[in-house]
Design a protein around this ligand. Structure first.
Ligand SMILES: Cc1ncc(COP(=O)(O)O)c(C=O)c1O
Length: 375
């Protein structure tokens, strides 16, 4: 293992240890200030070592999207509860998940928004002999998954969960991913407030039918970092906050120096308009920001230290090449750039490992153990 950043072969995904710890502490502090449990979403880092740091800093458990992603953390020996914040409807996947959860005594909590999801959960829970908590997902504005606030199916679905011998109604779960389309922290705070009010109204509707709502789970990095009130919420599930990225900087919820992940790349050629670097879409991804938000390019490149100034823009990508628009400075072939990507989550998913750096030195390398676990 190389000992300094300069000695590393590129492209390499770097994670700054001090900034990672600061980001983990920032969300934990928010959770504690509002009396909330923090169940960080592991889809951002897909890395067991980072999950262990989150748990050591006070997280109550983890959140995952896909079953095979969750299994990496369960099989690695993480025994705290795990929320699967994704509506799985294929029973075979749940059999796999519950088999491991039962062996390792992990409390897995599912998310549903359809009868098909409840049927799959009930069948798998029965055959595993496990009691399983089930969240019902509410659509608070992203219009992706979840029941609409006034859905006529809501009480029926909750009733079906309650009537099943192996399932228990855990409460409501939402994800305000549309906050990524906001222009500034005030707009994000308004979306967060709207989410809290929507969930409060849904909760009152359910309680009016004499059904208790034990938990209300929300979570996106923008609404957690910019939200002001979490009234009625019991847990938050941000993911991206551990690394942050150029999108978080654009939204005004972080400064460039708060971003813990960047891609170290080398200038391998140059022409009149561009420096060409060795990180293309297979490293940076072609992502324009979470939920398809429209960044003006593919990342911010900094020649030496990331200090928030003098950013060059990655304006085009091919698979193995990045096109960095020339600025005022000249860079020799072989110069190194640190690129803050638009969206850290797919960058981590594309990497085999994360190289952990501290004050310019390489201190560790961690496997992205759940990379490409998309089933
Ligand atoms: C259901 C759900 N919960 C939580 C999150 C975490 O959001 P973020 O990455 O903005 O922190 C996501 C992200 O896509 C999600 O889909």
């Amino acid at each position: 293992m190389s000992s300094t950043i300069e000695e590393l072969e590129t492209p390499e995904v770097l994670v700054d240890r001090e900034q990672l710890l600061a980001n983990i502490a920032r969300a934990q502090k928010i959770a504690e200030a509002h009396g909330l449990r923090l169940r960080p979403h592991v889809k951002t880092h897909k890395c067991v070592e980072i999950a262990q740091l989150q748990l050591a800093n006070g997280a109550s458990g983890l959140t995952a999207s896909k079953v095979d992603e969750a299994l990496v953390f369960i099989d690695a020996g993480i025994t705290q509860s795990l929320t699967l914040a994704y509506p799985v409807v294929d029973r075979r996947k749940l059999d796999r998940l519950f088999g491991s959860a039962a062996r390792k005594s992990v409390d897995v909590r599912l998310t549903v928004d359809s009868s098909a999801g409840i049927d799959a959960a009930a069948a798998a829970a029965k055959s595993a002999g496990l009691p399983v908590s089930v969240f019902v997902k509410i659509d608070v504005g992203l219009h992706r998954c979840g029941l609409a606030e006034n859905s006529g199916d809501l009480l029926d679905l909750i009733g079906r969960i309650g009537a099943d011998a192996h399932l228990r109604f855990a409460g409501l779960l939402s994800h305000a991913g549309h906050a990524y389309a906001a222009q500034n922290p005030e707009e994000i705070a308004a979306i967060a407030a709207d989410e809290v009010c929507t969930l409060q109204r849904v909760r009152e509707r359910i309680e009016a039918a004499n059904i208790a709502v034990p938990e209300v789970s929300v979570g996106s990095t923008p609404t957690v970092l910019a939200g002001r009130s979490f009234a009625g919420v019991t847990e938050i599930r941000p993911g991206n906050y551990v690394f942050l990225d150029a999108t978080a900087v654009r939204l005004g919820i972080a400064r460039t120096e708060n971003v813990a992940l960047n891609v170290l790349a080398t200038v391998i050629s140059a022409n009149a308009q561009h420096f060409i670097v060795d990180a293309g879409s297979k490293v940076l991804s072609s992502d324009l920001g979470a939920h398809g938000t429209a960044a003006p390019g593919y990342g911010l490149a900094y020649p030496v230290e990331i200090d928030g100034t003098n950013a060059l823009k990655v304006v085009r990508l091919s698979e193995e090449h990045g096109f960095v628009k020339r600025g005022e400075i000249d860079l020799p072939i072989g110069a190194k750039l640190r690129i803050i990507p638009n969206h850290s989550c797919p960058v981590a998913n594309l990497a085999e490992r994360l190289t952990i750096v501290s004050r310019g030195d390489v201190v560790d390398q961690w496997r992205v153990a759940a990379r490409a676990k998309v089933r």
